[in-house]
Design a protein around this ligand. Sequence first.
Ligand SMILES: *Cc1c(COP(=O)(O)O)cnc(C)c1O
Length: 362
Amino acid sequence: MSKRLFFTAGPSQYYHTVPHHIQAAVDNQIMSISHRGSAFAEIYDEAIAQIKLIMDVPDDRYVFFFSSATEIWERLIENCVEHKASFFVNGIFGERFRWAAEMLKKEVTTIEAPFGNAFDFEQVSLPDDTELIGFTHNESSCGIMLDMGHIYSICDRYPDALVALDVVSSAPYTNIDYHRIDAVYFSVQKGFGLPAGLGVCILSPRAFERSAELLNKGVTVGTYHNFQQMQKYAAKKQTVETPNVMNMYLLGKVIPDILRDYGTREELRRQIDERAQMIYDFFEEQSEHLPFVTDPSERSKTLAVINTRGTTERIVKELLTYDIEVGYGYGQWRQEHIRIANFPAHTSDDVRRLLSALGQIL
Ligand SMILES: *Cc1c(COP(=O)(O)O)cnc(C)c1O
């Protein structure tokens, strides 16, 4: 059986060194070690150090592990919001973060743009006492990537609010100014090319202190994954629960591989930009199936969404005969779009192989 090339949005293509590291983990019996012992502390330490390296994290940040980005949404609301939160929603993932706040009975303000459209940032007005503002940097459902400058302009206008930034499908591509963002989070099955089941959240001291304040006030901040509880264990290089040790191990191994293969983060960004351009140029020239996001400057670099005008099923099926898998559209757009990931695990040759197959099919 020849190996399938995955351009799906997540899980996606695994990083090419993952099988090697899984074998080493098996050889070293990683899955049997105690999460209260020194071997685990080393794995934990290495994963955190590598995350800090590739994500350029300042020393004063807390880095916590969760099961997924979906879990992080809930934890951020529980730990950082007593009454009011605001969300920028132009696709399904932003909507799910907002939904978590609603389910937790918070007062929610929504800045909405139609699916796949940019926000009119100048018109934005939020309650002055909003406690948290949620942004989705790369909306994986529709293929739009927000401009960080626009996000910072909102941070500047609401300096008292905590700002949470979903970079699930854009890390480690995105550069972040941590002085303005209080929670930066991702899960590892997208840009890090790993199996699913691990979420990472990078927190500012301000967000961490906020959860202590709420806890002291008697507000419900959750149980085992409230930030204070997490830090008690993190200080010992442990986690509260028995964690996904295997994935932490793999993360600590794969990040150095990514940095070694690309050389620098600037080069990683450059190559992802270049591949995104190849993908968008192909569809622009081909002209029947255009990128869903019309403004080129708003198109995601890490996840291209293409309008198939109802032919998704045929395209997906025919690509499978070339051993290439792309994603269906999200939700109600399942048969209207295809979604093509462009992550560090993909190479220019992979993209050329995809475009050549698409050239035959379309
Ligand atoms: C995939 C995705 C999520 C959810 O990630 P899980 O690991 O499934 O919880 C959240 N936000 C964005 C932008 C995503 O692409």
